[in-house]
Write a protein that binds this ligand. Structure first.
Ligand code: SF4
Length: 380
């Protein structure tokens, strides 16, 4: 359990909690296919932090919420403070489904991880998702039912794309769908879910994130890299190792992009996150979250209440007097307060270091692009 504080007695920004739709886009918004730290199949996962660590928390950020504020402060407010519901789109749900299938695929023995096996997982995983989140099933209710088959086929194409960029028979992930989190010295808690972690026999870490969105990649690429740097920072601070590689797998484009961070860069990124959190605290104190128009508005669920589109924001929420609230009236209970579910995997790659170049990861895609940088970690 942790206490989320607010300097002003207004609702504390929260990056976790019941599914509002806001967290469907952990990391990269619609470009990610809209899955997130609170997507229906992740709700059971809770904090890995001890009570002592949680006692030091003065604020909490996930990569998606941090990226929201950088993208548009009003979007951050709607998702994190107002917690306005967002109806999932078929693209977002497809992203969740494909991620679920890829996670399940790695539960199979290596030799059984075939394209046919992945396709066979689609229907049962869709059933599981629909039961966990009835709103997803409603996307294909009534007249829309006829679209389900084609939609599942489009998910199958993304899975097919996966097999063109990686060979899962040659990989043994250390962790999948893993919750990682840390409390920085400043009291800022960082947390997020990593699609996959690979660890080479030499101990090198690779962070892998699957991108399933059908939206233009360039609109979301900076956000995606921001997400991976966020994870790299958490891993560095918790495990003492700078990940050797950050890998984005674009399943629709059938392309892998690798990036290698270094400690100096992550230290800068950490300072920038601190500055970002300070900006969020100032905005919360002033109750000022300006709209910031960009290409990403095309994927925003809140245009009807956005001044940039002729709408009017609702009144700023007043603090709720919840049981257990602290002096500020803030909720004192963080749903992420218990030990995390364990992550699966053996912790090492299945193969040696010879097949994949210097890093020692196996199953490297032939199409992996050269490492490239980005400047996505500057505060808004
Ligand atoms: S429509 Fe654009 S400017 Fe308005 S809240 Fe959404 S992201 Fe922000």
């Amino acid at each position: 359990m942790t206490v989320e504080t607010s300097p002003t007695g207004v609702p504390a920004p929260r990056d976790t909690g019941p599914q509002s739709g806001a967290d469907r886009s952990d990391g990269a918004g619609a470009g990610d296919g809209g899955r997130g730290s609170e997507h229906p199949l992740r709700r059971h996962r809770t904090s890995t932090l001890s009570a002592t660590e949680l006692a030091d928390v003065r604020g909490s950020l996930s990569p998606s919420r941090a990226a929201d504020f950088k993208t548009c402060p009003l979007l951050y407010r709607y998702r994190t403070i107002d917690r306005l519901p967002e109806v999932p789109t078929t693209d977002q749900v497809r992203g969740t489904l494909v991620h679920a299938v890829l996670e399940k695929l790695y539960e199979l023995p290596a030799e059984q991880r075939t394209p046919a096996a992945a396709l066979a997982l689609l229907q049962p995983e869709w059933q599981r998702l629909a039961e966990a989140e009835p709103a997803t099933a409603e996307l294909f209710a009534g007249d829309a039912a006829s679209g389900l088959e084609a939609w599942l086929a489009s998910a199958g194409e993304l899975l097919d794309g996966y097999f063109t960029v990686e060979d899962p028979q040659r990989l043994e992930p250390a962790e999948r769908e893993s919750l990682i989190e840390v409390v920085l010295d400043t009291g800022l808690r960082l947390r997020g879910f990593v699609d996959r972690l690979d660890v080479s026999p030499a101990g090198d870490i690779r962070v892998v994130d699957y991108k399933t969105g059908g939206s233009p990649r360039e609109a979301f690429e900076a956000r995606a890299l921001f997400q991976l740097k966020f994870y790299a920072l958490v891993l560095w601070r918790t495990r003492g190792v700078v990940p050797r590689s950050l890998r984005l797998l674009y399943l629709k484009d059938r392309e892998a992009c690798d990036y290698s961070p270094d400690a100096d860069e992550l230290a800068r990124f950490e300072r920038n996150l601190g500055a970002l959190w300070a900006a969020i605290e100032r905005a919360t104190a002033a109750r000022e979250f300006p709209a910031k128009r960009s290409r990403l508005c095309d994927w925003c669920s809140h245009q009807a209440r956005c001044p940039e589109f002729g709408g009017t924001p609702p009144p700023f929420p007043e603090p709720a007097a919840e049981p257990g609230a602290g002096a500020t009236g803030m909720p004192a209970t963080d749903p992420a307060g218990a030990p995390a579910a364990g992550s699966a995997g053996s912790g090492v790659l299945a193969d040696g270091a010879t097949a994949a170049g210097t890093v020692g990861f196996v199953g490297e895609p032939a199409s992996a692009s050269p490492s490239r940088g980005g400047d996505a970690d500057r505060p808004a």
